[in-house]
Design a protein around this ligand. Structure first.
Ligand code: C5P
Length: 404
């Protein structure tokens, strides 16, 4: 059997009223396989879908269902359970339970337990897709996230009600993978990470600009991975329409010069700088104040001037952060990346092939990462996962450099 990722972790599994309640049985078993000690709390509605006896048999302990049951209070009431739990995981979490958590209710065992506990709380929503999309539920989810509750899922697909959409309980194996990741102690606690993301737009005249196809997805995923690792994160973003990951301070910019200015403000405060942005290498030397008119001439000449290289400017600072650059290349990826690592005096460079539908706007990517004394391939994966793998490498190299 593989390594137990939750050895001796005390986990309360809260089960609420949803057709997906049956999946809690699988979840309990798999948590135990990971080495966790599990106690189950069920709401009244959950007991309509699956019997407490099933979960009692699987967990090996009586299932708590009532807030005011004298026999249960004597063994493990809400306060005792709240103190016992290293983690509380509500799966499935119904729309009703989610809104009760938002309100801070305490009129049933599960709500009272969550209110009384200081332990981390993970919530795996499960409901009809219209209920999930309803602004009331979305507002509730945002409020829970702002209180540092971990929302895991939901997944999408065919639902029990026959509709297609988002709202399915995330599969137990995926839920466990996410929990295991969250349980790893945050390695960048208290560290400050600065990230650039997206393209830059270099104005030609009031309506036109020179831009590029960077979507910003990788930089935003890196920002999220840094937050997950416990860092304090600032994201300097070029013009992209992406949601800011929770907890990230975002600074919006448009041009290379604005990005450079934003980066250089307080640069000495940062421990790690990840330059994901596809910064324009050249900008029009002159920005026309009026829209350039079409003429009879077949050609139009624009004079371009090199922009300031942001990552190199950071690398030249006396007290410089650990610097990670990116290299998006259409050919000779390894050679160009290694040259860039040295020329720009980077600590690490993440290279990828772009063009022909690979790279920029895609959700998946692969990276080849180089540093002075080594390299590693991060195989094709969704950018969110790839960013986590990259962050793991960054932390390793940052720690190695820090200890020399
Ligand atoms: O030289 P090239 O643009 O290929 O280098 C890419 C790396 O340099 C990326 O990390 C990118 O964010 C950074 N860069 C920069 N400022 C520029 C151009 C590139 O920080 N003006």
């Amino acid at each position: 059997m593989s390594e137990q990722r939750m050895l001796d972790k005390k986990i309360v599994v809260g089960v609420t009223g949803s057709i997906a309640a049956y999946k809690a049985a699988d979840l309990v078993r798999r948590l135990q396989d990971e080495g966790a000690q599990v106690r189950v709390v069920m709401t009244k509605a959950a007991c309509e879908f699956i019997t407490p006896l099933t979960l009692q048999a699987l967990s090996g302990y009586p299932v708590a269902t009532d807030l005011l049951d004298p026999s249960q209070e004597a063994s493990m009431g809400h306060i005792t359970l709240a103190r016992w739990a290293d983690w509380i995981v509500i799966a499935p979490a119904s729309a009703d339970t989610i809104s009760r958590l938002v309100q801070g209710r305490s009129d049933d065992l599960l709500s009272a337990l969550c209110l009384a506990s200081e332990s981390p709380l993970a919530v795996a929503p499960a409901m009809n897709n219209k209920m999930w999309e309803n602004q009331a539920t979305q507002d509730n989810i945002n409020i829970l996230q702002s209180r540092d509750v971990h929302i895991i899922g939901p997944g999408s697909g065919i639902q029990a009600c026959g509709e297609l959409g988002e709202g399915r309980l995330i599969e137990p194996l995926e839920l466990i993978a996410e929990l295991a990741r969250l349980m790893v102690p945050a390695k960048l606690q208290g560290k400050r990470v600065l990230i650039t993301a997206g393209p830059t737009y270099e104005p030609i005249d009031p309506v036109r600009f020179i831009g590029n196809r960077s979507s910003g997805k990788m930089g935003f995923a890196v920002a999220k991975a840094a937050i997950e690792a416990g860092a304090i994160v600032t994201l300097v973003a070029g013009p992209v329409h992406l949601t800011t990951p929770n907890g990230v301070k975002r600074v919006n910019v448009e041009t290379a010069q604005q990005m450079c200015d934003a980066v250089m403000t307080d640069i000495e405060q940062f421990d790690i700088f990840v330059a994901c942005a596809a910064v324009a290498d050249y900008r029009p030397e002159q920005i026309e104040s009026n829209k350039i008119k079409k003429t009879q001439s077949a050609n139009l000449q624009l004079n371009l001037k090199a922009t300031q290289d942001i990552v190199s400017t950071v690398a030249e600072q006396k007290t410089r952060p650990f610097i990670v650059g990116f290299a998006a290349e259409t050919q000779s990826v390894t050679d160009y990346a290694q040259q860039k690592l040295q020329r720009k005096k980077l600590d690490m460079i993440a290279a990828n092939q772009v063009g022909d539908g690979v790279g920029f706007a895609e959700d998946d990517n692969a990276l080849q990462v180089f540093w002075e004394s080594g390299s590693e391939v991060l195989p094709l994966a969704p950018k969110t996962q790839l960013a986590r793998d990259l962050m793991t490498l960054i932390i390793e190299r940052y720690d190695a450099k820090d200890s020399t």
